[in-house]
Design a protein around this ligand. Structure first.
Ligand code: PG9
Length: 643
C-alpha cells in the first residue's frame, strides 16, 4: 500500500542517514554539502603566485557574508583541484568547520603548488626602519621593500577581501611550522586581520625550538625533517619525495654507527644535497642566520588579538609557545592570551586527549579546549558572537591534572625556591657548607646516555614524561633527591639551573632533568594489555620526567661567542629549563639528574672545543666531568613556588 511504501522510504532514509553518520569519509559529504571549493593562484606584490584552496559556505552571498579563517602551510594546501574535497574539514577542526567560515589554506612560497623559493623560517623584514607614511592611511607605515611572510599574508588578505563575500574580518591559525606563519603575519598586519592563533609556533630555532636547544644540535629530528623538507623540486609539485631512505629500526644504534655528525652528509644520506641541513650545520653559533629567523623581536605593537597555544609535553616547540606569548606580552598592548595543556605537539587537535602514556587526565582536554576556548576566540573576534572571557593564562597543572587560571604568566606572587645539589645524592633546601665537594662521571661519546629507554625508530614522544630509572642506574648520570615532601609544592614558570662543573676536555654538554618521584606505595593501573611503551610500567617509585633541557657548554656565556672550557677548572654553567606548571605532591620527592649526553635526541659533543660539523670520528673523546656542590660552588636549581 501507499502507507507501506512511505514507511519503507522513511526506513531507507533513516538507514541512509545512519550510514552517513558512520561511514568513514562521510565527512567529505559534509564538506561538499556545506562548502563550495575554489582553487586560486594569488599573485603577490613581486609577481610570485601562491596556490590557495578556498572553501566558501554554500549559502554565502553579498548579503550573507562570512569571516575568513586562514592557514598558511609548508605541508600542502591540498587536495588540489576544485572537484577534490578533503575527507574531513574543511576547517582546522570539526567544531570550526561546523561554525562556518570561508576557510582558506595556502601553500607558502616554494612549497607544493606555490611558486617561489622556500626559505627556512623566512626572515622578517625590518619594519622599524620604514617611516614613510602609507598614502591615504593615517598612522600607518609603509611596508618595507621586499617580501616576507607578513607581506604574503597581507597580499592574500587583500585579494580575498576583493574577491569573496567576506565580512572583512580575517583569522589566522596554525600549528608548528604553520604556527610560525601565524606569528610571522603579525608585524605590519593587514587591518582586516583581527584574530591570530600561533599554536606550538616554531619561534627561535637555535635557542629552544626544533633545530637546536641552547646550541645543542637536535640530531634525531633534524635528520628526519630535512630529508623531507629539502626533497627535490623544480617548480610547483603536488608531492615531495624524500632525499634518501634511511633504514632506521633502532635510532640509538643507527646514529651511533653513523658516527661523526659530518657522516650524515655521506653518499647514502644527505650527500650535500640538503640546503637546509647544510645551513643548520654551518651556522653553529647564534649568528645572523639564526637571529634573523627569530621572530620574537618583531612581535611588537601588534593590532590583532592573539591566542597562543602550546603543550607541556611538546618535544618540538614548547619553547616557541611560551616565548611567543611572552614576547607579545612584553612588546605589545594588544589582547594576548596563553593556553598550555597536557599535550604533545598539536595534541589539542586530536579527537580525544584524555590520557598520555601512564597519565590519565580525567577529561578530554582537547575537546574542552576546542569547544571552550578556540572556537569561542574566533566566533567572538570574527563574528561578534558570544563572549570570550578567558583568563590571561589557562594552564594545565601536570601534577594534579587540573586546569588553573592566572592573570599573568608566569604567575605573580611566586616565592623563590632553591634546591642545592649536595653530597650523598641529596637535594637540599640548605646550601652545602663543605669545601671542594663534587661528584664525577666519565662521559664517553662511544656510549652516550639514551634519551629514552627501549628501541624506537623515531622519537619516542613519551620521553617527556618517561620513568628515568633507566638513566639513574647509569654511572654517567648524577642523581640528587629530596626527602619526601611534607606538603604539596606548586611550581610555575621556568626553572633555572646553575651548575659549577669542570671537564677534563674543553667542551661539554649539560643536560639537567627535573623529576617527580612517585612514592613506593603508588598503585599502578593494569597496563599488562597495553601496547609498548606502556607495558610493564610500574608507577611505584616512578621517576617521572617533568622538564629537561640541554646546553652546549661552549655557549654558557654567550650564544654568539662560544668559549672553550679551561680543563679541570670549576666553571659556572647556567641553563634555563622551559616553563612548567606542576604540583609536586606531598609524599613525592623532587629529583634532579645531570648528564652530558642525551642521545640521539641531541648529537654527541666531541668534548673538545672544535668545529663539530667537520669533526672526524676520532675527534670524539671521553672526558671526566666533575659537578661541584660546596659552599663556593653551590650547584642548584631555582623555581617559583605558588603561595
Ligand atoms: N616543529 C616542526 C618543524 C620545524 C622545523 C622544521 C621541520 C619541522 C613542525 O612540525 O612543523
Amino acid at each position: 500500500t501507499a502507507v507501506n511504501r512511505i514507511l519503507k522510504t522513511v526506513n531507507l532514509l533513516l538507514l541512509a542517514s545512519l550510514c552517513y553518520a558512520q561511514t568513514p569519509g562521510s565527512d567529505s559529504l559534509f564538506v561538499r554539502q556545506n562548502y563550495r571549493k575554489l582553487d586560486r593562484q594569488i599573485v603577490m606584490r613581486d609577481g610570485v603566485k601562491l596556490y590557495t584552496t578556498i572553501y566558501v559556505p554554500t549559502d554565502a552571498s553579498p548579503t550573507n557574508r562570512y569571516p575568513v579563517l586562514m592557514e598558511r602551510t609548508p605541508y600542502s594546501a591540498g587536495p588540489y583541484g576544485e572537484s577534490n574535497y578533503p575527507k574531513s574539514g574543511p576547517g582546522p577542526s570539526k567544531e570550526l568547520s561546523q561554525e562556518k567560515y570561508i576557510f582558506v589554506t595556502q601553500d607558502v612560497r616554494g612549497r607544493y603548488m606555490s611558486e617561489g623559493q622556500f626559505e627556512e623560517m623566512t626572515p622578517a623584514l625590518n619594519r622599524s626602519m620604514s617611516t614613510t607614511p602609507r598614502k591615504g592611511k593615517k598612522g600607518q607605515t609603509a611596508a618595507p621593500a621586499g617580501t616576507d611572510e607578513s607581506t604574503d599574508t597581507y597580499d592574500t588578505i587583500d585579494w580575498l577581501l576583493k574577491n569573496l563575500p567576506t565580512n572583512e574580518r580575517v583569522g589566522l591559525m596554525g600549528i608548528s611550522y604553520p604556527g610560525f606563519y601565524a606569528s610571522a603575519a603579525l608585524p605590519g598586519a593587514h587591518p582586516a586581520l583581527k584574530a591570530v592563533s600561533p599554536q606550538a609556533p616554531v619561534t627561535d630555532e637555535f635557542i629552544g625550538d626544533d633545530a637546536r636547544h641552547k646550541g645543542a644540535f637536535f640530531l634525531l629530528d633534524n635528520f628526519g625533517f630535512m630529508n623531507y623538507f629539502d626533497g627535490p623540486r623544480n617548480g610547483p609539485v603536488e608531492d615531495y619525495a624524500p632525499l634518501f631512505n634511511a633504514p632506521i629500526k633502532d635510532a640509538y644504534q643507527f646514529f651511533l654507527k653513523m658516527g661523526a655528525l659530518k657522516n650524515a652528509n655521506g653518499p647514502q644520506y644527505y650527500n650535500q644535497k640538503s640546503k637546509i641541513w647544510n645551513e643548520y650545520i654551518q651556522h653553529d653559533t647564534y649568528d645572523a642566520y639564526w637571529q634573523s629567523r627569530n621572530i620574537r623581536p618583531h612581535l611588537k605593537n601588534l593590532t590583532p588579538a592573539t591566542l597562543v597555544v602550546g603543550g607541556w609535553f611538546d618535544a618540538e616547540d614548547l619553547f616557541g609557545a611560551v616565548n611567543t606569548y611572552k614576547a607579545i606580552e612584553e612588546q605589545s598592548k594588544s589582547q594576548n592570551k596563553l593556553v598550555m595543556g597536557p599535550w604533545t605537539h598539536g595534541a589539542w587537535s586530536r579527537a580525544d586527549w584524555s590520557q598520555f602514556g601512564p597519565l590519565s587526565f580525567g577529561q578530554n582536554t582537547a575537546k574542552y579546549y576546542r569547544d571552550s576556548i578556540e572556537t569561542r576566540f574566533f566566533s567572538y573576534h570574527l563574528k561578534s558572537k558570544g563572549t570570550f572571557d578567558q583568563p590571561e593564562a589557562r594552564v594545565f597543572d601536570t601534577g594534579v591534572d587540573a586546569w588553573r587560571s592566572f592573570e599573568q604568566w608566569p604567575p605573580a606572587a611566586g616565592q623563590g625556591k632553591t634546591f642545592y645539589l649536595s653530597a650523598n645524592q641529596q637535594l637540599t633546601a640548605t646550601k652545602p657548607a663543605s669545601t671542594d665537594a663534587f661528584a664525577e662521571y666519565v662521559s664517553d661519546p662511544a656510549k652516550p646516555v639514551p634519551y629514552t629507554d627501549g628501541v624506537f625508530a623515531r622519537r619516542n614522544n613519551q620521553y617527556m614524561i618517561e620513568d628515568q630509572r633507566f638513566a639513574s642506574r647509569r654511572p654517567d648520570v648524577l642523581v640528587f633527591e629530596t626527602e619526601p615532601l611534607t606538603a604539596d609544592m606548586i611550581i610555575a614558570g621556568p626553572i633555572d639551573a646553575t651548575l659549577f662543573a669542570a671537564t677534563s676536555g674543553t667542551d661539554a654538554d649539560f643536560i639537567v632533568k627535573v623529576i617527580d618521584v612517585l612514592p613506593d606505595t603508588t598503585q599502578s593501573p593494569d597496563f599488562s594489555k597495553a601496547t609498548s611503551p606502556l607495558k610493564g610500567v610500574q608507577l611505584a617509585g616512578y621517576q617521572r620526567l617533568v622538564r629537561a633541557e640541554v646546553i652546549r657548554g661552549r655557549f654558557r656565556n654567550s650564544f654568539e661567542k662560544p668559549e672553550a672550557f679551561a680543563p679541570n677548572q670549576p666553571t659556572e654553567v647556567k641553563v634555563q629549563l622551559p616553563d612548567v606548571m606542576h604540583t609536586f605532591r606531598k609524599g613525592h620527592r623532587l629529583m634532579v639528574q645531570v648528564q652530558s649526553s642525551w642521545f640521539p635526541l641531541v648529537d654527541r659533543n666531541p668534548q673538545q672545543f672544535i668545529n663539530i660539523g667537520t669533526a672526524n670520528d676520532s675527534d670524539y673523546k671521553k672526558a671526566t666531568i666533575r659537578l661541584y656542590h660546596d659552599a663556593t660552588h653551590p650547584s642548584a636549581i631555582q623555581m617559583q613556588q605558588l603561595r
